[in-house]
Design a protein around this ligand. Structure first.
Ligand code: B12
Ligand code: SF4
Ligand code: SF4
Length: 338
């Protein structure tokens, strides 16, 4: 058995079937960046962890509800991918007695580009890595290792362009953020807007009731839709609403996925302890309670009614200056649109 065969057999044994390998040469302009994480690196391993993306439409939102992207309402993917990477790293350390470093998201290597080079998919029009089996709904993890895995590397010229150019992702984007060259205009992407520290009035007007993240261009992709059908057949995920979680004091774990539709009030009113046991544990949690509450207030500007107006009124004298600013801006915007 070659080293690569033994690695693949191990990753399969822990439930990961999307795994690819790169030589350091293939990292091209990112090779030097990789050496800052592991100076003695000889190769790179990329893995994909799929997640369920059921899909929704904005019309299914009730008044006073907002949306947390389906990509972010499960247990924090940094921890899930991190746990799998740790198992692979331990296997390499113990079996081959060499050093490795595990990386997920928060580092300077471009995970999607490296996944393409490792043969795990292509870059779609929406800038996502599109994998044949899992579509766009995967999170990526990388391992830099001293292991030499240079045999049998992927020949990129032989890869089919899976993206069928249907442009459904482009049509689905409310802010026309998708460029022609398979990149996005980050400054108008809703996902970025919901993560920003400071929001302009334009930003708030264009967040489209999203409290964290955005899924439209993923949901539109036929590969992702097909992947959900396959995923849901085998999934042991437990869909639960935020209010159910709070009321029944359920301990949120990796098998829970929150309903992406959420009462804006339950986010605005959330206390520290509840936040810590619920949203903080999801992939949306890292932006913190204050920013999620701010975004929940922003979501109210799109559906003014008696309840949302009284909620805004009660927040006018809040102690937190940025909450008050968001409330004032939201009230102003509602007046202008009446
Ligand atoms: C910064 C960042 C963002 C920014 C900007 C994203 C962007 N599209 O530019 C913001 C905040 C907007 C964002 C949003 C989201 N993100 Co983000 N993000 C990142 C992060 C940290 C860095 C990306 C980056 O700038 N890389 C540098 C550039 C050079 O690489 P690139 O973005 O991949 O783009 C290049 C390629 O597309 C390449 N390219 C184009 N065509 C081709 C063809 C070939 C053959 C090749 C080789 C390359 C290539 O050209 C581009 C420019 O050089 C990565 C993690 C990481 N470390 O990579 C996650 C990551 C890309 N994000 C991810 C996710 C899940 C999201 C969100 C869904 C989160 C959410 N719930 O809303 C959204 C989706 C938005 C979208 N449509 O992409 C996943 C994507 C997984 C996947 N299957 O693609 C990643 C990989 C994190 C992870 N570990 O799972 N994100
Ligand atoms: S994540 Fe949302 S706003 Fe960003 S490019 Fe995709 S559809 Fe557009
Ligand atoms: S929706 Fe169509 S154009 Fe967009 S990434 Fe998927 S296959 Fe490509």
């Amino acid at each position: 058995m070659t080293i690569r065969e033994s690695m693949t057999s191990f990753t399969n044994s822990i439930g990961i079937d999307a795994v690819g390998f790169l030589s350091m040469d293939q990292l091209e302009q990112w090779e030097e960046v990789a050496y800052t994480y592991l100076p003695s690196a000889k190769s790179c391993i990329a893995i994909l962890l799929p997640y369920p993306l059921k899909g929704h439409s904005n019309s299914s939102l009730l008044p006073n509800q907002g949306r947390i992207s389906e990509a972010s309402v499960s247990y924090d993917y940094h921890k899930l991918v991190g746990a799998d990477l740790d198992k692979i790293k331990a296997y390499i350390d113990e079996t081959f007695l060499v050093k490795s470093v595990a990386l997920c998201d928060t580092h300077q290597l471009p995970e999607r580009v490296l996944s393409v080079k490792a043969g795990l998919g292509i870059i779609g029009r929406n800038s996502f890595l599109v994998n044949e089996n899992y579509g766009t709904s995967t999170n990526i993890g990388l391992i830099l290792t001293e292991l030499e895995l240079i045999d049998d590397l992927v020949d990129l010229s032989e890869l089919d362009d899976l993206c069928i150019g249907c442009n459904k992702c482009i049509a689905s984007c409310p802010n026309s953020a998708i460029n022609e060259d398979r990149t996005i205009n980050v400054n108008v992407c809703i996902s970025y807007l919901t993560q920003k520290k400071e929001l302009s009035s334009w930003d708030m007007d264009h967040m489209n009731r999203n409290i964290y993240g955005c899924d439209y261009c993923q949901m539109a992709c036929p590969y992702t839709q097909r992947a959900y059908e396959n995923y849901s057949k085998q999934s042991n995920m437990n869909l639960i609403s935020l209010s159910e979680l709070i009321e029944n004091q359920v301990v949120f774990n990796r098998y829970h996925q929150l309903d992406s539709t959420v009462d804006s009030a339950s986010v605005i009113d959330i206390d520290n302890a509840t936040f810590k046991n619920t949203l903080k544990k999801t992939s949306a949690g890292w932006i913190g309670k204050k920013r999620l509450q701010r975004n929940a207030i922003v979501s109210l500007r799109h559906h003014s009614n008696e309840l949302s107006d009284s909620m805004l009124d009660s927040l006018k004298n809040d102690q937190r200056i940025d909450i008050v600013r968001t409330v004032e801006n939201t009230i102003q915007s509602i007046k202008e649109h009446q």
